[in-house]
Design a binder for this molecule. Structure first.
Ligand SMILES: NC(=O)c1ccc[n+]([C@@H]2O[C@H](COP(=O)([O-])OP(=O)(O)OC[C@H]3O[C@@H](n4cnc5c(N)ncnc54)[C@H](O)[C@@H]3O)[C@@H](O)[C@H]2O)c1
Ligand SMILES: [Zn+2]
Length: 327
């Protein structure tokens, strides 16, 4: 599959990645599972979101210098979304930009973060506050990586898979009523959806790419208020999707019962659907107003209208959000 973007295109290969002479950047877990894919002198960073920071960004850049990596070289991001975002951002800025290849090893990275060119790191003040659009030159999707994925990370990726169903693929929802037997064909289908959306709206200026944000306005606020410790991203957005469906029901945008349908499906995959905390809904709303996607503190949400379709709703009334969050 080929993805077109403003400065060229890249191939997505549904093939095993068999190793490379280029420098591989990975995390400690992936390095432990896949020692034969690391090449000669890999750069290995600690696993987890904490590596998406300025220190690790400087560390990886300096390690590339030590290895004599030049502007003509390319580097390999072997890992989940953290490694893809971090390595991609290093690649975007190292010597004013070098090529990089994405080899996503989590379900989330395969169906979402490895395609679309967004790369970046976090600041102590918030996630993804520094970043760039820097598409990879190639992506290798190999479902065999998923065999070693911890169950919680698998569920996290399934939340994004199910999201594609709600926003743009009703048939996928029907298929997912039963646990998938052919995950690789589902992964391919999700990548096709992501590819279509990012090709139409590469820089997220037309409101099309924003549709992928269903569940994320509320989900990100929940992640932030719980300091990224209590829920994985997938868990937070599963809760976010259910709550945003309730908001859509209240606004008369979606039929009553949609949020119950979502709750049922997420439960089949062991995902949480309720935000069980005493946090005040006003604090969550405050975070949503400061989200980098909000304009003039109006809250915008991508809301599902019927299963398989969504639309961008601007200026979602704060009182409706507060009502739903407060229940
Ligand atoms: N750029 C984008 O468009 C985009 C989109 C969505 C998410 N993201 C980013 O992606 C990140 C989350 O990605 P993630 O969920 O892949 O997290 P992650 O990279 O932290 O991986 C999750 C865990 O799984 C481990 N792991 C990875 N592959 C494995 C394998 N094959 N077997 C066993 N363990 C494995 C990792 O070591 C880690 O502990 C976030 O930082 C998020 O902001 C970016
Ligand atoms: Zn997401």
């Amino acid at each position: 599959m080929k993805i077109l973007h403003s400065s060229g295109n890249y191939q997505i290969h549904f093939l095993p990645f068999t190793g490379s002479h280029d420098v591989v950047v990975t995390d400690e877990n992936v390095a432990g599972y896949y020692p034969d894919l690391l090449g000669e002198n890999p750069i290995v960073v600690p696993a987890g979101e904490k590596s998406k920071n300025l220190e690790t960004y400087a560390f990886v850049s300096q390690e590339l210098l030590k290895r004599g990596v030049t502007r003509k070289s390319r580097i390999i991001a072997l890992g989940g979304g953290v490694i893809g975002d971090l390595t991609g951002f290093v690649a975007a800025t190292y010597m004013r930009g070098i090529s990089f290849v994405q080899v996503p090893t989590t379900l989330l990275a395969q169906v979402d973060s490895s395609v679309g060119g967004k790369v970046g790191i976090d600041l102590p003040e918030g996630k993804n506050l520094i970043g760039a659009f820097h598409p990879p030159t190639e992506v290798f999707i190999d479902s065999r990586f998923l065999a070693t994925l911890p169950a919680r990370e698998y569920r996290c990726g399934m939340a994004e898979v199910i999201k594609y169903g709600w926003i743009m693929d009703e048939a996928l929802l029907s298929e997912l009523q039963e646990p998938p037997t052919d995950l690789s064909s589902i992964v391919q289908r999700c990548i096709k959806h992501k590819a279509m959306v990012v090709q139409e709206d590469e820089f997220e200026t037309l409101g099309i790419r924003a549709s992928l944000n269903f569940g994320h306005t509320v989900g990100h606020a929940i992640e932030q208020i719980t300091h990224y410790e209590r829920y994985t991203h997938g868990e937070a957005i599963a809760i976010g999707m259910v709550l945003e469906a309730k908001i859509a029901e209240r606004l008369g945008i979606a039929p009553l019962g949609l949020s119950n349908q979502m709750t049922w499906l997420f439960e089949q995959y062991g995902l949480p659907t309720q935000y069980d905390s005493t946090t005040y809904s006003q604090d969550l709303i405050e975070i949503m107003r400061r989200d980098k996607k909000s304009e003039a503190s109006e809250i915008t949400m991508s809301l599902v209208t019927v299963p398989g379709s969504c639309k961008l709703v601007k200026d979602v009334p704060h009182n409706v959000i507060a009502e739903v969050l407060g229940e």
